[in-house]
Design a protein around this ligand. Structure first.
Ligand code: TXA
Ligand code: MG
Length: 316
């Protein structure tokens, strides 16, 4: 999946068509949005999404934003609501992301949502992003196009500096105008600000006619009772297991006799793509889960981070 060289495509019709083709093939393309350059991959293709984490060197699986071309397209993947309608009418296309319950038959990889029952969706305003998303005609998962821990890219040159040789292409359309990531509003429960960003809180509160609850950025993935609890299987999880004990089901990796294999050929990208779906499936049986050792190189670091959280003592 990792190409030898990165193509630099102009944001003209031919470049946009070429970028859309690469995305449909499951390859990664960095593209401009009005906020920052995004590192895009087909959100329905688990291996493409796993490759995003590998290219960024992200040590953990944060859920990603699915970018779509229109409100109509967003409604294919999430349960729409009156609040969503009001905010979309006011701020889409634009630097606002809405977190909504997943809709049945959504087809989005569970690696995009990190196993959650909600999906973050956004319709960017940048004309090149919109043209690309229309051409792909599907959800494109895209975190900022920088290596993990580095600052977000607002030009194609920033993307090149961080990801050259690690992704198929960069669609170059000059600097981003907002330069700050989208505001994220959670609408799965009472409206909440999940991340401040390109649209001001006050504008959002005016449109909704209500104050938003606030979640500090660190709360998002760490506070008990918030996201983390949704990530954890109900069943006890035992790591680095070489065999089943008692009633356990074995989630394997590599050539092992097991109940579900993350990747029989020992491919970490394939394993990442399968991780959340298999955890959910095994958890549904109500039996304890044992997991084979997973190497910590590449995207294996994020897999092990997730598994450690799944295996951590529960606080309920
Ligand atoms: O402006 C932006 O939003 C840029 C451009 C490329 O669109 N993208 C971006 O993505 O900033 P990223 O991956 O850096 O940030 C996504 C944020 C994360 O903090 C993640 O935790 C949150 O969105 N998020 C995604 N899905 C979520 C969900 N289902 N529930 C709660 N938070 C979610
Ligand atoms: Mg980011």
């Amino acid at each position: 999946m990792i190409p030898n060289s990165t193509q630099y495509l102009d944001a003209d019709p031919a470049g946009i068509a070429a970028a859309a083709d690469l995305l449909r093939q499951g390859l990664l393309v960095a593209f401009p949005t009005e906020t920052v350059y995004g590192l895009g991959g087909d959100a329905r293709n688990g291996e493409a999404v796993a490759a995003i984490y590998a290219a960024k060197g992200r040590p953990s699986f944060n859920p990603l934003i699915a970018h779509v071309a229109s409100v109509e397209a967003a409604k294919r993947y999430v349960e729409w609501s009156d609040n969503a309608e009001q905010l979309a009418a006011a701020f889409w296309p634009g630097p606002l992301t809405l977190v909504l319950p997943l809709r049945a038959g959504h087809g989005v990889s569970s690696l995009v949502t990190a196993g959650l029952e909600t999906l973050a969706v956004r319709v960017p305003a940048h004309p090149t992003a919109r043209a690309l998303l229309s051409a792909v005609d599907g959800p494109v998962a895209a975190p900022s196009a920088n290596p993990s821990g580095r600052i977000s890219p607002t030009t194609a040159a920033h993307v090149r500096a961080g990801l050259d040789g690690r992704i198929a292409a960069v669609l170059d359309d000059g600097p981003c105008s907002v330069g700050l990531e989208s505001t994220i509003v959670g609408l799965a429960g009472s409206p909440a600000l999940l991340r401040p960003g390109g649209v001001a809180l006050e504008q959002i509160e005016t449109v909704l006619g209500t104050r938003l609850a606030h979640h500090k950025p660190g709360d998002l993935l760490t506070a008990p009772g918030q996201l983390l609890s949704h990530y954890a299987p109900d069943a006890p999880v035992r790591l680095n297991a070489t065999e089943r004990r008692g009633d356990e089901l074995l989630l394997g990796f590599g050539s092992v006799d097991c109940d579900r294999n993350l990747s029989a050929r020992g491919d970490l990208i394939e394993a990442a793509a399968n991780l959340f779906a298999y955890l959910h499936e095994l958890d549904g049986t109500g039996r304890p889960i044992a997991v084979s050792p997973i190497p910590s190189e590449g995207v294996g670091a994020a897999i092990n981070d997730r598994l450690r959280r799944a295996a951590a003592p529960r606080n309920s």
